[in-house]
Design a binder for this molecule. Structure first.
Ligand SMILES: [Zn+2]
Ligand SMILES: [Zn+2]
Length: 458
């Protein structure tokens, strides 16, 4: 079946059935952002068993960069749930309180670059279908944590990451350089990457590889290596604070936060479009006031802006701030704006797109390498990509082909599990290439030193 010379393609494939089991175990135990105690413990135990150095909890998550952290009771209940479902406490205790995620590091026997692999681990707050026509229900791996579900395939990403991690562990004697696995929490709220980047988790990464299943690559064996149009995004929690007073007796004493919020909402949606490309603005939540006869003292909004380039997005954020502040001034209100999520409009490094396209084309598992593919949504891995690239490293984001049942975030989302193997093989092949390139860079360095030393006085 194989058309390439990678000896390891077959050995990765021998662990495929086990990876499917991991995926199904993760699928049965979904937890959304900052509650991923099950996946955190599951991944950490396996990586430790395979000889990876582990970083957990406060060492990889900046607590103050998190937004929308669930309340204490929910955090504790989901933590307990993970323990009762078989997670060993030693692997999840550092994540207690919502510091979820795992970084696993393996140093190879041979010199080479630090290559990072990022996989997201969170589920969605959604009810999975238990209709027998839905395969996870029919085959006994539907969500057991009702109300939460893996409806975006991050269980599949996690299993793919583990399959790859095991491959490196089994080949440590011939592994060039260091592999660093970033199992990232809370992708769905676009908040986990920033919390990890803040802890410098990717500062030493020279090549960063990541991707998503499905999303405009809908057949098994397809792969999109040139993904464009990531939308930069910001989410804000906005609070207006005024003063309450009796609506009939002393309305003139009040400062009406509800009116300020309403003025902000209509004018946010009236921000001009930008001639350079696509932009978005949405207020998705508003809450204000308490009862009939009180001037509302407080109003809250949840809003987001997007732009297809960082420049367009900066324009949207600036205009949104002007509107928010203007509405506050009109009604004599205090304004508080908290950032709740960030994604950038990153681009994969051209050299890695080229390399990825040629690597994918040579793999037996690849049926089709797609041309330029638009993402048209937001991804917080862009924050990691930007950090790596700004330090001189290179980054690549790809789409791994699979049909997706009812679609991402639908109650009947499902994948063709062969994508786990295809993805792991592609990433292993990419690693082989960039480790080689890293070697070349190292030898160039040596040459330069020699040249310099020739110029030294004898
Ligand atoms: Zn999603
Ligand atoms: Zn996703």
């Amino acid at each position: 079946m194989s058309t390439t010379n990678h000896g390891w393609e077959k050995t990765i494939a021998t662990h495929y059935n086990e990876a499917v089991e991991w995926r199904r175990q993760l699928h049965r135990n979904p937890q959304p952002g900052w509650l991923e105690f099950y996946s955190t413990g599951f991944v950490a135990e396996k990586l430790a068993e395979w000889g990876y150095e582990l970083l957990l909890g406060e060492h990889i998550i900046a607590a103050d960069k998190r937004a929308n952290v669930p309340d204490f009771q929910t955090l504790e209940a989901e933590y307990d749930r993970a323990i009762k479902s078989g997670i060993k406490e030693q692997f999840v205790a550092p994540a207690r309180g919502g510091l979820t995620g795992v970084v696993g590091i393996l140093r190879g026997a041979l010199p080479g670059p630090v290559v990072g692999f990022r996989f997201d681990i969170d589920g969605t707050a959604a009810m999975e279908s238990d209709d027998p026509s839905h395969r996870p229900a029919a085959e006994g791996f539907v969500s057991q944590n009702r109300g939460y579900a893996h409806m975006c395939g991050h269980d599949v990403h996690t299993a793919m990451g583990l399959l790859l991690a095991r491959h490196f562990a089994e080949n440590r004697q011939t592994l060039k350089g260091t592999v660093k696995f970033l199992f990232q929490p809370n992708q769905e709220e676009l908040n986990g990457a920033e919390a990890m980047v803040e802890k410098k988790t990717v500062d030493d990464v020279e090549f960063l590889l990541s991707g998503h299943v499905g999303i405009n690559a809908m057949q098994v064996g397809q792969i999109a290596t040139n993904v464009v149009d990531f939308m930069a995004l910001s989410r804000f929690e906005v609070t207006y604070r005024g003063r309450s007073s009796h609506a009939a007796l002393r309305p003139e004493d009040g400062r009406n936060a509800l009116l300020g919020a309403c003025a902000a909402v209509t004018n946010l949606h009236a921000i001009s479009r930008h001639s350079d490309g696509a932009s978005r603005v949405n207020v998705g939540f508003m809450q204000a006031g308490t009862t009939w006869n009180l001037i509302p003292e407080e109003a809250c909004l949840r809003m987001e802006t997007r732009g297809v380039t960082n420049g367009i997005h900066a324009f949207m954020v600036e205009k949104a701030r002007e509107v928010l502040e203007g509405a506050a001034r009109m009604y004599g209100l205090e304004l508080e704006v908290k950032r709740a999520a960030t994604a950038l409009s990153a681009q994969s490094s051209p050299e890695l797109i080229e390399l990825g396209t040629s690597v994918a084309g040579k793999l037996a598992s690849t049926a089709d390498v797609l041309d330029e593919t638009a993402y048209n949504a937001s991804e917080d891995v862009t924050v990691m990509m930007e950090r790596v690239q700004s330090k001189g490293g290179k980054a690549l984001f790809v789409l791994f082909g699979t049909p997706v049942g009812g679609g991402h975030h639908s109650a009947t989302f499902d994948v063709d599990e062969r994508v786990i193997l295809n993805g792991a093989q592609f990433l292993a092949a990419m690693h082989e290439e960039v480790a080689q390139a890293g070697q070349a860079q190292v030898s160039r360095g040596v040459c330069l030193c020699r040249k310099e030393s020739r110029n030294l006085p004898a």
